[in-house]
Design a protein around this ligand. Structure first.
Ligand code: HXC
Length: 532
């Protein structure tokens, strides 16, 4: 018979054993970080503490901490007296949307979040465990960089982390969230990861700060202009996502993770899809009526195609002539790569090639099908582009598409000319399904340029300007009748189907479902996501 428990009174609380009391004392000390004054200073800057950040990021109550009691072993420069439990970084595991992740969060209140050897070893440990457990790693960075008092040990600490970033590349997703300073060589760990988040006004990344820049080159520049989120999201392309605040940032990280799998052996999670797969996309008819030179934002097309019109765009401020991101089609995740006629007429240039190529390589590494939307007049002409290495950068895009073994579906919406036609996932480059709208133009070049080359002598011989312009018009119309349609391409099999705009969503979803279990040699080889 079960015994009835004795009623508990306050005095019946068992006395804390000395060993437990010591544990609680140490734990409480460690949880205090750099102490109340430093925490106050952190808050005064509008920043959350390292522990608050973890609480925002993870599902409630799921954080399991490691190495709470680790301290620095350094002694020089007064370090013996400045040792802090945890050594300025919180590491461990938790869940996001019910899925496991490894996490570390640098604590700026302890020695400015600077990285000494013990701090680095803690990060390395969580990275190693996440690699073996095949789960993503998220780093929350807020640090003054290499801990000066620890000398070369700090630099070696960074080397340990970089080596693990590379080992994990393309194996588990790696995400870096910059929430304060990230200076010097410290920037290279985030740069080796798949995605970088920054917060407006709070995050700064640079190899050499404003003072060194001024001493070296005489240029005067503020922290924000040199390494703020605006510069890295729009100009350098280092940053993939900008948030208005820290909570907004963690919400975005959680959303990003919903599109990507846990590791390179898995697929992204399938979700229940309330949006009918046969939903028509008649609004895309406008593409067939638009002048081929008229700009429009490609996002409008993506929203039409995607489940519930949802598109999670990546790097939306950089190289806007190509748009990349995630959507779901019939409940399955797909990566989108699309020319954007609203910017540089959608032409491919140096930055667009790099942006698209790296994203394609990420998608391929993590088993995410690629949907390519093509509306491209060609490569951007100019000395700057040629001398900048458009040959070298453009080749990355060709390489990324050709090597990708995930399902690849491409749609020519309005036009695809020349080398850019090939580069944007053309059939013979290895794409699985290639569609075009009935009004699509596919040719070596547009009518205007083509007739100047083909008929230069005839045009020269025209008796006057009026006759010349009439001849131009006639020749351009003849050229267009042959090439300004998808039918020559369809007749060679380089297009699988010419599709009416209203059917496009359904056609892409059908193709994706057909390709779901696609198998090709080499697809299980390790594919690192090298920064391009
Ligand atoms: C040791 C550091 C530190 C560092 C900051 N602190 N950076 N301690 N090593 N690298 C300490 C400060 O001494 C201070 O300690 C506390 O952190 C807070 O710093 P403040 O300067 O008071 O804060 P703030 O005004 O907000 O300025 C933050 C900062 C600045 C911009 C990050 O501290 C700074 O410029 N630090 C140096 C950055 C740097 O040059 N790092 C080395 C980069 S080279 P007290 O005791 O006062 O609380 C590098 C190489 C990596 O990282 C190579 C990898 C291959």
């Amino acid at each position: 018979m079960p015994r009835t428990p004795e009623p508990r009174s306050a005095s019946a609380e068992p006395e804390l054993k000395p060993s437990h009391a010591r544990l609680r004392e140490l734990t409480s000390k460690a949880l205090d970080g750099g102490g109340p004054d430093k925490i106050k200073a952190q808050k005064a800057k509008g920043k959350l503490t390292a522990r608050e950040r973890i609480a925002y990021l993870l599902d409630e109550g799921t954080f399991q901490e490691l190495d709470l009691l680790v301290t620095s072993r350094a002694t020089a420069f007064g370090m013996r007296d400045r040792r802090a439990l945890g050594d300025g970084v919180i590491t461990g595991f938790g869940q996001i949307n019910g899925r496991e992740v490894g996490v570390y969060s640098q604590d700026f209140t302890v020695l400015g979040g600077s990285l000494g050897l013990a701090h680095a070893e803690k990060i390395a440990k969580v990275m190693d465990l996440a690699y073996e457990a095949r789960i993503p790693v998220i780093g929350l960075l807020d640090s003054g960089g290499a801990r000066i008092q620890e000398g070369v040990d700090s630099l070696d600490g960074y080397a340990e982390i970089f080596a693990r970033n590379v080992k994990s590349s393309g194996v588990i997703p790696q995400i870096s969230v910059i929430l304060g300073p990230c200076a010097g060589g410290a920037v290279y760990s985030p740069a080796l990861t798949d995605f970088i988040f920054m917060v407006e006004g709070a995050s700064h990344m640079f190899v050499t700060g404003p003072d060194v820049v001024k001493a070296a080159t005489g240029e005067e520049v503020s922290f924000e202009a040199l390494g703020g989120s605006g510069s890295h999201a729009a100009t350098s392309g280092v940053c993939h996502f900008v948030a208005k605040s820290e909570p907004d940032c963690f919400r975005q990280v959680r959303e990003l993770l919903s599109y990507i799998p846990q590791n390179r052996w898995e697929r992204p999670a399938r979700v229940a899809n309330p949006d009918p797969i046969r939903r028509g996309t008649a609004r895309l008819e406008m593409l067939c009526e638009l002048d081929p030179r008229r700009p429009y934002r490609i996002q409008h097309v993506i929203w039409q195609l995607a489940d519930e019109h949802k598109f999670f765009e990546v790097q939306n401020g950089f190289a806007k002539n190509v748009v990349i991101g995630f959507m779901r089609l019939g409940g399955e995740v797909a990566g989108v790569v699309a020319n954007n006629p609203a910017h540089l007429a959608g032409a491919l240039d140096l930055d667009a090639a790099d942006k698209a190529a790296r994203f394609i390589r990420f998608l391929n590494a993590f088993n995410i099908p690629i949907v390519t939307l093509v509306d491209v007049p060609g490569y951007l002409p100019g000395v700057e582009q040629e001398h900048g290495g458009i040959i070298r950068h453009g080749a990355k895009l060709l390489h990324a598409y050709a090597e990708a073994t995930v399902p690849k579906i491409a749609v020519v919406l309005r036009k695809a000319y020349g080398g850019a036609y090939i580069a944007m996932s053309s059939k013979r480059l290895g794409s699985d399904f290639n569609f075009a709208l009935p009004s699509a133009e596919i040719a070596v070049m547009g009518p205007k340029g083509a007739i100047e080359i083909l008929y230069s002598r005839e045009l020269e011989k025209a008796p006057n300007d009026e006759e010349r312009s009439k001849l131009r018009e006639r020749l351009a119309a003849e050229y267009a009748a042959t090439f300004a349609s998808p039918y020559q391409t369809a007749s060679t099999g380089s297009l699988d189907e010419v599709v009416e705009p209203s059917q496009l969503r359904f056609k892409i979803i059908r193709a994706l479902r057909f390709l779901r279990d696609k198998r090709v040699p080499g697809q299980h080889e390790n594919r690192g996501n090298i920064p391009l």
